[in-house]
Design a protein around this ligand. Structure first.
Ligand code: AMP
Length: 420
């Protein structure tokens, strides 16, 4: 061990587990690529003001969890705590919305940072794959995203997840509800901080996990009863479209989520095998966000799925992903000349796309064969001085244990045929 450890709340992705993470990212991305979403990458940090305005001044993410700092040049930056604000910022900056092809559909994959209290499933550095569809108000678009996330999870073999769905209303009906909720909250026995929150962002109080608070919220007014006709019809259409696609969901009138920018459709994917940190992903519609960060009106919808928690969910369900074997052929040279000859064969095999590795460091036969075994290679090729003198290498089938000499000039073609 060195003097240094990974910072608190972070962990390293190491082989072989890291292969599962890559496979999860890939599985989430696949349905998006297949549905017209283009890949976008934005910087790991942004102007802090973008998140303050975009995510919301009163959210935990902005007030408590953001890694904000001033650069030597005096810029106020923050490590990105989420993806949506950055992606929208980038799309607006590049005028993607003016190219006449709305919605602009984008997907991303990367690292996010929140200064949270670390626990299982909650880290200070985590990984998300996300999707945003910018510039269209169409229930089919909301439905598409929910269906694609469902598809991604099902393709991974996950079963014990649930989709919670709600509508948060729009700028017509939400303020009426907000006022009614505020009235209700003012009459409760809440601590000072929660009362303050009720004044700034009363919907977030509904998200309070403390049992004594939850108990008092039993009779709180429910947004569903306040939705305007347009929001009701929109929500009904989303429900019908995802239902018709065979996606099972639950209506959750209390679902609010921790970011301020959501309007209308909101949803969360929860997994029942994860304990307290059960949300594996979430998203929704954010029709007002573009204007909040200085852009034109661009109704949009998106989600982000957490890679770390998805991997935990796979473990909880005991799902083993069918990961491809990393190495197909392992070459074991015995002696100087064999080293040069086999190294050239290794390069040839690799050029053909055959995953090949080599026993480096002048190991003896026993140690090298142990490594060959560990590599998971289907075949080993072994050559010593005598083999070379005869113009052959020994080809060993690691599964059956069978071994036979193959001509030096034939070995590459032979392996190509066998690995088909
Ligand atoms: P949010 O932006 O909070 O809705 O997060 C979307 C998803 O990202 C969550 O459902 C989690 O899977 C993941 N996520 C958020 N925060 C963390 C964290 N601190 N550690 C691990 N995963 C996280």
């Amino acid at each position: 061990m060195s003097t240094f450890n990974a910072p608190k709340g972070t962990y390293d992705l190491l082989p072989p587990d890291s292969a599962t993470f890559l496979a999860v990212r890939e599985a989430i991305a696949r349905p998006l690529r297949n549905s017209g979403y283009g890949y976008i990458e934005t910087p790991g940090f942004e102007n802090v003001e973008l998140f303050a305005r975009g995510v919301g001044e009163s959210t935990d993410i902005v007030t408590k969890e953001m890694y904000a700092f001033e650069t030597k040049g005096g810029d106020r930056l923050a490590l990105r705590p989420e993806g949506t604000a950055s992606v929208l910022r980038a799309a607006l900056e590049a005028n993607l919305h003016k190219a006449g092809n709305l919605p602009v559909k984008l997907w991303y994959s990367g690292s996010y940072y929140r200064y949270e209290r670390p626990q299982k499933g909650r880290y200070r550095h985590f990984s998300q794959v996300g999707a945003e569809a910018i510039g269209a108000e169409d229930p089919a678009l909301d439905a598409e995203l929910i269906i694609l996330a469902d598809q991604a999870y099902r393709s991974l073999g996950l079963r014990d997840f649930r989709i919670l769905l709600n509508s948060l209303g729009d700028k017509e009906c939400r303020p009426v509800y907000r006022a009614a909720l505020q009235d209700f909250l003012r009459g409760l026995d809440l601590d000072e901080e929660t009362l303050r929150r009720a004044e700034i962002n009363p919907l977030r109080v509904l998200d309070d996990k403390r049992p004594d608070v939850q108990k008092q919220l039993t009779d709180a007014p429910i947004l569903r009863d306040y939705l305007c006709d347009a929001c009701k019809a929109y929500h009904e259409e989303v429900r019908e479209l995802i239902g018709a696609a065979g996606v099972v969901f639950e209506d959750d009138a209390r679902l609010v989520r921790g970011l301020d920018y959501y309007t209308r459709t909101t949803f969360e994917f929860v997994h029942d095998g994860l304990g307290a940190q059960s949300a594996v992903g979430g998203g929704g519609r954010y029709d007002g966000l573009s204007e909040m960060i200085g852009g034109p009106a661009l109704p949009s919808v998106g989600w982000a799925l957490g890679v770390d928690r998805t991997v935990l969910a796979l473990r909880a369900e005991g799902v083993e992903l069918p990961l491809p074997t990393v190495t197909s052929v392992y070459a074991v040279p015995l002696g100087e000349e064999a080293r040069r000859v086999l190294f050239a064969k290794v390069t040839e095999l690799r050029k053909l796309g055959i995953a090949t590795d080599f026993a480096y460091g002048g190991k003896g036969l026993k140690g090298a064969m142990k490594n060959a075994n560990r590599s998971g290679a289907r075949y080993a090729i072994v050559a010593g001085e005598r083999d070379l003198a005869e113009g052959v290498v020994q080809l060993k089938d690691m599964e059956s244990g069978d071994q036979a000499p193959v001509g030096l000039n034939e070995i590459v073609a032979e392996l190509e045929t066998r690995l088909g």
